[in-house]
Ligand binder design. Sequence first.
Ligand code: FES
Length: 180
Amino acid sequence: MELRHLNINDSCYYYLVEKGKRIYVGKEKPSDEELQDLMKLKPQITDKNIIELLQDVQKEKNFISEEDLIRLSQNLDIPLIKLTGVASFYKSFKTKKQGKYKIKLCNGTACNIKHSPELLNYIETKLNIKSGETTKDGLFSLEVDNCIGACARAPACMINEDIYGNLTKDKIEKLIEDLK
Ligand code: FES
């Protein structure tokens, strides 16, 4: 077996290679001792390994394309179905191109009782997209979340990394217009 590595964005992944077959190891370079153990154990690819890998891919362009998944599958000998399964299971992974501004409207209990569904309708109408979609000009993506941790300021939303609370239709209108 041979230890190799692959760089993905800023991260380095280490692999054991045996008879041309790559066995995923992980981000940490194993010590000589660990390497001996790994060689005995022949580690398998776990969902945790795949999650880390996909997070790194997504970090760069905010989504993971079909081409990315195919490339990873071919380069790392991970079944495409396994990669696609993990990428589609976790909501945090986006397999479609995202807008420059990602609006995450909260519809958790605290926000819901303060009329977040009405705000959702308003944003959908204003941007002419449904939740999960991106505007044609690539400026806005919209999604709904269960809680963004700003319950005291409900109803709330996140736009990229910023939180906006005590939302009203007027406030949302202004936020969108300012971003345009
Ligand atoms: S329920 Fe909306 S921020 Fe917590």
